[in-house]
Design a binder for this molecule. Structure first.
Ligand code: NAD
Length: 483
């Protein structure tokens, strides 16, 4: 089928390339000329594993343009994957979506056109968009569906080719049927695994030795599909805030949150994933979607107390870490801090909503100089870093004469650093592992005073918390529980 994808970001490229690699002809349209011209030359516009290879593999079935009319020529289906960033009040900004709808209305050729809304939008948006299209172009037989996306940055191609589920929110069965047919090969895993992805997601069940079981398709109303996307992100965010709250309590009672999470996650009703305590969630989705869900709940007369708390716990987490480092160093003024990792998570260069940025500005505000290393996210970062923070091309440079080091993003390559050598470069030995990603015993043996999140301030020889600043203050635990 001839398909148009509007928006060449993570979602648009993931969706469009997966469709092209399963036999469809895909025209991508984006208003960003520089991005389109890069893509037209076969070059990835941002860091994402496998993207350059996927663009190459799909080159004969893809084209890139800024011109809606050209893209829509003979198209039968379109996917809207433009951004829905937060407004200053925290609601979803739908202006890009409106513009995309107008691009469709002004340039659709006539006949019928399927429109799938992949962008994350508040309930009611897809229905309103369908109305707008019908009013503007009554001659076109529009078939509009909400079709939210669940991919993870850093796994865009893997998740687009092997999704956990499809959600199709449409009033008419005919619209849902058409969208399902379009996704047919992806639903049935009926295509050779490309070399640039590992293969089906391990959690996808396999029925037959040749074909993975069909990906579940949830057919719902547009409003249910739209809300399901917000709900999915709200659940993920809530898990992170809940484990961070548990971690903060662990610190005060001398318990280890990694072990606590192991125990809790072994219950199949809970499961082990998304239970990593640390700096909090970030990125372009979770923070904005939690706030947008709060806004839309309030708009319809419901006070979302739990969701507001999820956001607050997350927003406070970098500040707690800064306060802790301040105590450990006896004041941050005049200190030098090495920061490992700036992107909001490993596998992406995306800095949108990165909690590390809050960490950097908080440290600088308290008088520290921050030297940052990131394997991919330092390009063009100069304009967004405060004075007092700078990027370093090597980890060694960031650690030189540092009073403390912070691991902020769990890039796998940081596991294999020469940690004893890095320790020797520092003035003082404090290492704050804000992702609980490093082995405390190894770090202690390398000469560091290792501090995780929710694990006590220092770790003794067998990996057990030895003495913690906070537990050393002897919390009032025994007041209520005197034996
Ligand atoms: P992005 O910011 O990476 O890309 C959006 C692209 O759309 C940009 O290239 C921009 O130039 C283009 N664009 C904006 N307005 C346009 C218009 N009128 N016509 C053509 N192009 C236009 O966005 P993204 O991260 O891919 O996210 C897109 C949507 O999907 C958002 O609603 C987001 O919440 C949702 N989502 C994102 C992810 C993710 O991991 N990034 C996952 C699931 C859902």
């Amino acid at each position: 089928m001839k398909v148009v994808v509007i928006g060449c970001g993570y979602v648009g490229l993931g969706t469009g390339l997966a469709l092209a690699l399963t036999g469809h002809e895909v025209a991508f349209v984006d208003l960003d000329e520089a991005r389109v011209s890069r893509l037209a030359r076969g070059r990835a516009p941002f860091y994402e594993p496998g993207l350059a290879e996927a663009l190459h593999a799909a080159r004969n079935r893809t084209r890139f343009t800024t011109d809606y009319r050209q893209a829509l020529d003979r198209a039968e289906a379109s996917f809207i994957a433009v951004g829905t960033p937060p407004t200053p009040e925290g609601a979803a900004d739908l202006s890009f979506l409106r513009k995309a709808a107008d691009g469709l209305a002004e340039n659709a050729a006539g006949g019928g056109l399927l429109v799938a809304v992949k962008s994350t939008v508040p309930p009611g948006t897809t229905r309103a968009l369908a109305g707008r299209l019908e009013r503007r172009r009554p001659d076109v037989a529009w078939q509009v569906a909400a079709n939210p996306e669940f991919l993870r940055q850093g796994h865009v191609l893997e998740d687009s080719l092997y999704p956990f589920r499809f959600v199709v929110g449409a009033d008419r069965a005919e619209t849902a049927d058409r969208l399902e047919r379009l996704y047919g090969k992806l639903i049935h895993g009926d295509f050779p695994t490309p070399t640039f992805v590992a293969g089906p997601n391990p959690s996808q069940p396999q029925d037959s030795p040749t074909l993975p079981r069909a990906v579940p398709v949830f057919r719902t109303s547009p409003e249910t599909a739209e809300l399901a996307k917000y709900a999915a992100n709200a659940f993920l965010a809530a898990r992170i805030s809940l484990i961070n709250e548990i971690a903060n309590i662990c610190d005060l009672v001398g318990a280890d949150v990694v072990e606590v999470a192991g125990v809790v996650g072994s219950d199949p009703r809970v499961g082990p994933r998304f239970l990593g305590a640390g700096l909090g969630y970030g990125g372009s989705c979770l923070p904005k979607d939690v706030l947008a869900l709060c806004r839309l709940a309030e708009k319809v007369g419901y006070a979302p107390r739990l969701l507001r708390a999820v956001h607050r716990v997350n927003a406070d987490q970098p500040g707690r870490i800064i306060a802790r480092l301040d105590r450990l160093l006896d004041g941050l003024g005049g200190t030098r801090v090495a920061l490992l990792g700036l992107s909001f998570k490993a596998g992406t260069a995306d800095l949108r909503g990165a909690p590390s940025l809050g960490l950097v500005s908080g440290l600088v505000a308290r008088g520290a100089e921050v030297r940052i290393h990131d394997p991919v996210a330092l390009d063009g970062v100069r304009g967004i870093l405060p004075a007092g923070a700078s990027g370093c091309a090597s980890v060694g440079r960031a650690f030189t004469e540092a009073d403390a080091a912070i691991l902020a993003t769990e890039w796998p390559e940081y596991q294999d650093l020469d940690w004893p050598g890095l320790r020797r470069r520092m003035c003082r030995p404090v290492l704050m592992d804000c992702r609980n990603a490093l082995d405390p015993v190894r770090m202690t043996e390398a000469g560091f005073v290792y501090v995780g999140v929710g694990r006590g301030d220092t770790v003794g020889p067998r990996g057990r918390p030895a003495a913690t600043v906070e537990t050393a203050r002897e919390p009032n635990l025994l007041d209520d529980h005197t034996l």
